[in-house]
Design a protein around this ligand. Structure first.
Ligand SMILES: Nc1ncnc2c1ncn2[C@@H]1O[C@H](COP(=O)(O)OP(=O)(O)OP(=O)(O)O)[C@@H](O)[C@H]1O
Length: 303
């Protein structure tokens, strides 16, 4: 575990792929500057098949920049980016997709009024018949979408219903099933639970676990340490563009993770500011050390 806040380093923390294989995706001291704004610096990250790597961080921490590098929207300006052990520099998201790296964005790229099955195949429609008589193979698309969603345990009453009528959680799940069907090896999920309630978040976390169990390497971007801890194998906390914490599940507990995300020092500063405003009983607000995880939290060092 590397903890940048304490400077401590625990031996044996470097991720090694099972069987000594290369990670699917690896960043080595990677960084990105936009002009003279350094958005990301010195980031190490590995993604292995069948594992969930969680990237946590507050607003402006650099999460989107990190996703953009891996998904081919931006290029890194420092360090190395490797896929299957080979250095890469993508010029477009298409190149990332060709390597099996699929990204599910929070504002899902769906057409709300189109049926679920049509959105499932959007941009990659099945066709039949020879050119120039080629036409959409609607029956096969409906059947395949139905099978694939069922395989992922997603049972919808009617695939003809417009995707816009599904709940946010269901839409995320359809997007995950779609990425799995189209051969993703690495699935990047951009805050999939951010806009969801507790129950819907639980459903999405279940499908993240299913994608993992199917052997995909998942990068789960989130603000929420509790959600991360439900499914994560490795946790990377970004702060102001650098890695503040990088730890395997066996090395970090939910409590530590929550404290990192809550930003104890920032909370103390906020408490001080609130005290100046008046009208808020700051005595009742928690101290840094009081930021406790829920009772069900896994004890430190256990998973
Ligand atoms: N295109 C850009 N040009 C200049 N600066 C940028 C650009 N994109 C991001 N930044 C800066 O880089 C830093 C990291 O931003 P980034 O969007 O990666 O953070 P984030 O963790 O995704 O935040 P949020 O959760 O708010 O989306 C911020 O200071 C941001 O202002």
């Amino acid at each position: 575990m590397t903890d940048k806040t304490t400077g401590s380093h625990v031996a044996g923390t470097k991720d090694t792929a099972p069987g000594g294989e290369h990670p699917l995706v690896e960043l080595r001291s990677a960084g990105k500057s936009y002009g003279n704004i350094r958005a990301l610096h010195g980031v190490d990250l590995t993604v292995h098949p069948g594992k969930v790597t969680c990237v946590l961080g507050d607003n402006g921490a650099g999460k989107s920049t990190l996703i953009k590098i891996i998904s081919g929207l931006h290029q890194h300006t420092e360090g190395e980016f490797l896929v299957d052990g080979a250095p890469v520099r993508f010029s477009s998201p298409r190149e990332a997709l060709d390597k099996g790296i699929a990204t599910v964005y929070q504002d899902l790229a769906v057409v709300p009024l189109m049926p679920v099955w049509r959105n499932f195949f959007l941009g990659s429609e099945m066709t039949k018949g020879p050119w120039p008589l080629r036409r959409l193979d609607i029956e096969r698309m409906k059947k395949t979408a139905d099978e694939e969603l069922r395989n992922m345990g997603i049972v919808l009453d009617d695939l003809e219903q417009p995707i816009g009528t599904l709940s946010g959680g269901q839409r995320q799940c359809v997007a995950i099933a779609r990425a799995v069907y189209f051969g993703a090896r690495v699935l990047i999920l951009d805050e999939p639970t951010a806009a969801l309630g507790v129950k819907q978040s639980g459903v999405v976390l279940k499908y993240i676990a299913m994608a993992r169990d199917r052997g995909l390497g998942v990068i789960f971007i989130t603000h929420n340490p509790h959600h991360a801890y439900m499914v994560g194998d490795h946790f990377s906390v970004l702060r102001l563009g650098t890695l503040e914490l990088s730890a395997a599940r066996s090395e970090v507990g939910l409590e530590t993770l929550t404290n990192h995300m809550a930003g104890g020092a920032e909370l103390a500063a906020l408490k001080h500011e609130l005290a100046q405003v008046g009208g808020v009983d700051t005595e009742e607000l928690p101290e840094e050390g009081d930021l406790r995880a829920p009772a069900a939290a896994t004890p430190e060092g256990q998973s």
